[in-house]
Design a protein around this ligand. Structure first.
Ligand code: FMN
Length: 169
């Protein structure tokens, strides 16, 4: 798929088949996250790969929607603010870096025919407990990773005219 087709094709998948994700495809999506750009190349993030088999009850504490633990895998991304680049005004870029890496991952997944759905509305305390995250490791987002059992819906986006301002200096 070329890039324009890929960004049109990717959608938030909320129904998954039980079929396993091939190890090679898992490694490809993780590699796409690894190659993402980060501020000052600090790479202040960690990925957590969770096999959902037998862990549905725990995962429901993290995010209760049925489809979340329906896929064979859930991938979490955590920010490590202590290792991140910090702007002069104190803004820490760990969360931005983690978001970019997650976006690389979900686009790579779509390219391989796999479904994903960004999940930010998880319970952060449950995530800390279930994944035994130490202080300083901040869960940012999760996504199921598996073969879709649904189909893309038409994209509903603001027109460019509403989101772009051309500044003529
Ligand atoms: C940062 C972020 C957080 C999101 N959190 C959730 C979530 O917690 N639950 C959910 O069902 N979808 C979540 N989504 C998916 C959005 O609802 C979805 O991307 C948006 O409606 C556009 O639809 P599309 O991804 O199918 O193009 C999130 C997306 C982003 C980018």
């Amino acid at each position: 798929m070329n890039f324009s087709d890929l960004v049109r094709h990717r959608y938030s998948c909320r129904s998954y088949r039980a079929e396993q994700v091939e190890e090679e495809k898992l490694q490809q999506v993780l590699e796409a996250a690894r190659l993402a750009p980060t501020a000052a190349n600090r790479q202040p993030f960690q990925l957590v790969v969770i096999h959902t088999a037998g862990r549905q009850a725990e995962l429901k504490r993290l995010y209760p929607q049925e489809w979340f633990s329906q896929a064979p895998l859930v991938i979490g991304i955590c920010a490590l603010p202590s290792g991140a680049w910090v702007r002069r005004d104190g803004k820490n870029y760990a969360q931005v870096d983690a978001a970019i890496a997650m976006d690389h991952l979900i686009l790579a997944a779509a390219d391989l025919g796999l479904g994903t759905c960004w999940v930010a509305a998880f319970d952060p305390q449950a995530a800390r407990e279930i994944l035994r995250l130490p202080d300083g490791v901040e869960p940012v987002a999760f996504t199921p990773l598996g073969y879709p059992a649904d189909q893309a819906k038409p994209k509903n986006r603001k027109p460019l005219a509403e989101i772009v301002r051309y500044e003529h200096l």
